[in-house]
Design a protein around this ligand. Structure first.
Ligand SMILES: *[C@@H]1O[C@H](CO)[C@@H](O)[C@H](O)[C@H]1NC(C)=O
Ligand SMILES: *[C@@H]1O[C@H](CO)[C@@H](O)[C@H](O)[C@H]1NC(C)=O
Ligand SMILES: *[C@@H]1O[C@H](CO)[C@@H](O)[C@H](O)[C@H]1NC(C)=O
Ligand SMILES: *[C@@H]1O[C@H](CO)[C@@H](O)[C@H](O)[C@H]1NC(C)=O
Length: 496
């Protein structure tokens, strides 16, 4: 048994909580030189367009840059072994200006021994990259595309195509992400393993904020949450990609371009609820304390949100989560709830993250609904979101008591004990004094068997939990156990 206190140390390159970089900066005032340049540019593009038109008229090109021959043949169709990490090729959208700072995000989850892929940069970095885990590639041939907004988005969209063109062996899935996306790779393998890479799949998630889905598309995989393109789809996309980019020159984002091109092939988005664009503002804990019953695949926009743990920096919060993920990857952030019938408490556990105690009996349908501790992405409104929420009371006495992950232990390689420590913000103290909040509990200790990845191959069913020792509190600690539900077991409250 190993007992580890989580005390995250900062990574060298992650001293500051990360700031959003601005790729889309536009100069305030166009100087005369700019105007001259623009005129020359227009003339050059006019000549280029005329010659291109002539070229197109007298030739029959299927793509702008021919693919190497070995990529034209379809993938080995008898390749039916189960999907594993080696079949995934990651393509991370980066740039030399931001990579130094943002590489600490991929540094959290990238395992140089098992993860394949590259960060794609706009030019060769002048700084030392020897300590970065993710190897880089330089994007090619992206400057000549027509665009209204930043050509950065054109370049990032082309990563799918450029990754495919590398022609690396045994790639089944091309997975795209931003340089600030945190992936949970084992869960990604579990999710992609459900699908046949020889069919055309486009897998990901959309935005949590309805306003974003309305503005972009509900059927689009938002790039920050990451998305996966099967080999079969990538091969089809490669045939049209560059001409397609040209057609959607007026789009803003790279993910929107990929979506538009995939639409031309006629493939819809397969939604998986473990991909998280996290287009929300404020405190994400309400959402992640009630994660959908699906493996956690990715988190994004962490630098735009409050840290996951109120007491830790952004990067240290993520290290704490990743630490728990390594112990029981398939269970991370899975929600379980149960009741202390004697005290009439409802207890919700988001494994490896947070425990909430309500001093009332809340039915399952409420406990599984996220508390709205956040706002929408664009307008900072109270909704709508693409899922239901419960309002979070501004009265601290009506908020659940929070216990954040503090210690993790592995037990005989098949189980875990996780310990969650009470977090009391200043205002909540008076509620405790008034006896409204459970004052006597300082710590929740949760034991569980590690979740088998095959769990996710079955029809999902939430696991059950129970309060141990008849609910007695020893040294301020309440013990809980998570286990498979018995066949006829339910989380029913007999007297509401
Ligand atoms: C296809 O894959 C199978 C199993 O991996 C292998 O036995 C076979 O030789 C491969 N065929 C070709 C044409 O590469
Ligand atoms: C992944 O699957 C391939 C078969 O496609 C197999 O050769 C390889 O050993 C597997 N790798 C791991 C780490 O299991
Ligand atoms: C990668 O593999 C080497 C050699 O097997 C090992 O020493 C190293 O600890 C591994 N690195 C990680 C991050 O697992
Ligand atoms: C948060 O940090 C403060 C000061 O470092 C510490 O006293 C407190 O115990 C911490 N709370 C939790 C829940 O870790």
């Amino acid at each position: 048994m190993m007992d580890r206190k989580i005390s995250p140390a900062s990574l060298e390159s992650c001293k500051d909580p990360l700031k959003a970089s601005k790729y889309f900066a536009v100069p305030d005032k166009l100087s005369d030189i700019f105007l001259v340049l623009i005129r020359i540019g227009i003339l050059v593009s006019l000549i280029a367009s005329v010659s291109l038109a002539l070229h197109l008229a007298f030739s029959k090109p299927t793509r702008w840059f021919p693919l190497p021959d070995h990529l034209q043949v379809s993938h080995n169709v008898s390749d039916t072994a189960p999907t594993n990490m080696s079949h995934i090729l990651f393509g991370i959208g980066g740039s030399v200006n931001t990579w130094q700072e943002r590489s600490c995000y991929s540094g959290l989850w990238w395992d140089p021994n098992t993860t394949r892929g590259f960060v794609w940069l706009d030019q060769k970095p002048k700084y030392d990259v020897s300590h970065f885990l993710v190897p880089y590639q330089i994007s090619h041939d992206w400057r000549q595309f027509r665009h209204v907004h930043s050509d950065y988005a054109v370049r990032i969209a082309r990563i799918v195509y450029e990754s495919f063109k590398l022609g690396l062996p045994n790639v089944r899935w091309f997975v795209m992400g931003d340089d600030d996306t945190v992936f949970f790779p084992k869960n990604l393998v579990t999710v992609l393993g459900k699908y046949d890479h020889r069919e055309m799949y486009y897998i990901g998630g959309n935005s949590e904020s309805v306003e974003q889905d309305v503005m972009h598309a509900y059927g689009m995989a938002f790039g920050g949450g990451g998305f996966a393109i099967s080999y079969a789809l990538a091969a089809q996309l490669a045939n049209i990609f560059d001409s397609c980019l040209h057609r959607y020159y007026y789009f803003y984002g790279s993910d929107q371009r990929v979506w538009a091109c995939v639409s031309e092939i006629g493939v819809p988005l397969t939604k998986e609820s473990g991909f998280h664009q996290l287009d929300i503002r404020g405190d994400p804990h309400g959402l992640l304390a009630a994660h959908p019953l699906a493996p956690l695949v990715s988190l994004h926009h962490l630098d735009h949100l409050q840290p996951l743990f109120s007491n830790q920096t952004h990067i240290d919060s993520m290290k704490t989560i990743i630490h728990a993920y390594h112990l029981d990857p398939y269970r991370i952030m899975q929600q379980t709830f149960c009741y202390d019938p004697k005290r009439r408490w409802s207890i919700s556990i988001s494994w490896g993250y947070v425990v909430q105690i309500y001093t009332s009996m809340l039915p399952a349908k409420d406990l599984q609904t996220p508390l709205q501790t956040f706002k929408t992405w664009r307008s900072y409104s109270d909704g709508p979101f693409t899922f239901n929420t419960r309002p979070m009371s501004s009265d601290p006495c009506k908020q659940p008591a929070l216990f954040f992950l503090d210690k993790v232990q592995e037990v005989r390689s098949s189980g875990t004990v996780t310990s969650y420590k009470r977090f009391v913000h200043a205002e909540a103290k008076k509620c405790m004094a008034a006896g409204i909040n459970p004052e006597e509990v300082e710590r929740i200790t949760v034991s569980a068997l590690k979740l088998d990845p095959n769990y996710w191959k079955n029809v999902p069913r939430r696991q059950c939990c129970r309060v141990m020792d008849g609910g007695s509190i020893k040294d301020g600690s309440l013990r809980m156990r998570i286990r498979k539900c018995r066949t006829r077991e339910t989380v029913t409250i007999r007297q509401l």
